[in-house]
Design a binder for this molecule. Structure first.
Ligand code: SAM
Ligand code: SF4
Length: 338
């Protein structure tokens, strides 16, 4: 067993939750994420190969104390090697918890093999229950595919299935109660995410974003109660929904990830790897550390682990969205991995 170092930073936080972006490409064009025409995609040779991804995940788990790995993108289900990558990650010791964040397209086909490969759970993004709105919002007519994907994930046992929802003013902000009812009825756990300044078009506007407070006001008819379980390092603040249980028979919950209005940077335990092998110590970091170069120059594991440790040590205390000098990172959400 390799000597363990941790991904600690100067503020006493230790990163144990790794987000791995497997591609910057996507089959949707959500308006809060990317423009209709898409983006200048990463050239194929720049992208880590499956073996390179697996090696970095292994180093993170075996040498750096990472205990959870979430595969994301862009859209991770369009990465051909996804099932094989999950299978390799599931063989690691200690075995990390494994999940995928996806838009759900193709999940109806892939859910059983992902489960068999060792995936524990999925987060599926769904912003509306209305197919016409879905098409306007994502610029693709794929609403039914997402619903099929959700169902297949639950049937395959990728549970708890969580739904991620971003509300936008005048677009879908009237749907909070209906989305929660839908999630409760199907045994999914809904989490609202405040819209963040990470869109490729730089159109985010603090004054028009839908806040956690507004979301909670819209959910008042559910008489939400503070959760009895401590939040720990989870980004979502959760509430219990009286009268409902989830698929496992536990009290039903709803979450709000209020990155903008109620930042949780002090408890952040995340480290991020982009599809081209750059470590980011924060979603909003403006600097990255190049592990791909180390890999391709033939560096041994110990040197790569040290590069990763140094990258995390420099993590800032907070994302600084409220700072007048705040600069949106050059990489949009889809190329960082949300
Ligand atoms: N394509 C997959 C999906 O949509 O789930 C994975 C990648 S996507 C970038 C991950 C999550 O980030 C999704 O739940 C999406 O809604 C969310 N997201 C994208 N852009 C965002 C933004 N500007 N603010 C807040 N959340 C955002
Ligand atoms: Fe694609 Fe996800 Fe971005 Fe939507 S949020 S465009 S599904 S990467």
């Amino acid at each position: 067993m390799a000597a363990l170092i941790t991904l600690a930073d100067r503020f006493g936080r230790v990163a144990t939750d790794l987000r791995v972006s497997l591609t910057d490409r996507c089959n949707l064009r959500c308006t809060y994420c990317m423009p209709a025409e898409g983006l200048a995609w990463m050239p194929q040779p720049d992208q880590l190969t499956d073996d390179e991804v697996i090696r970095l995940v292994r180093i993170a788990v075996e040498r750096l104390g990472v205990t959870e790995v979430r595969f994301t993108g862009g859209e991770p289900l369009i990465r051909r090697g996804l099932v094989g990558i999950v299978a390799e990650a599931a063989r690691l010791s200690p075995r990390p918890k494994l999940s995928v964040t996806t838009n759900g397209i193709g999940l109806d086909r892939l859910a059983p093999s992902l489960r068999e490969a060792g995936l524990d759970r999925v987060n599926v993004s769904l912003d509306t229950l209305d197919p016409g709105r879905f098409e306007a919002l994502t610029r693709r007519d794929r609403h039914a595919d997402v619903l099929h994907g959700l169902r297949a994930a639950a049937e395959a046992g990728l549970t708890p299935v969580k739904i991620n929802t971003v509300l936008m003013r005048g677009v879908n902000d009237d749907e909070a109660p209906a989305l929660l009812r839908f999630a409760l009825e199907h045994g999914y756990q809904l989490r609202f995410i405040e819209q963040m300044p990470l869109d490729a078009q730089h159109q985010w506007d603090r004054h028009t974003m839908v806040t956690a407070e507004e979301i909670l006001t819209a959910l008042a008819p559910f008489d939400l109660r503070p959760d009895v379980v401590s939040r720990g390092t989870a980004p979502a603040e959760t509430w219990l929904v009286p009268g409902y249980t989830d698929a496992a028979g536990e009290p039903a919950r709803v979450g709000v990830i209020a990155s903008v209005t109620r930042p949780f940077c002090g408890d952040c335990d995340r480290t991020r790897l982009t599809a081209d092998g750059q470590v980011r110590n924060c979603l909003f970091a403006t600097e990255e550390s190049d592990l791909r170069k180390l890999l391709r120059d033939g560096a041994p594991d110990v040197e790569i682990a040290e590069g990763w440790r140094v990258a995390m040590w420099g993590k800032r205390a907070g994302h600084g969205i409220d700072d007048p000098a705040f600069l949106q990172p050059a990489r949009p959400m889809s190329a960082i991995g949300g």
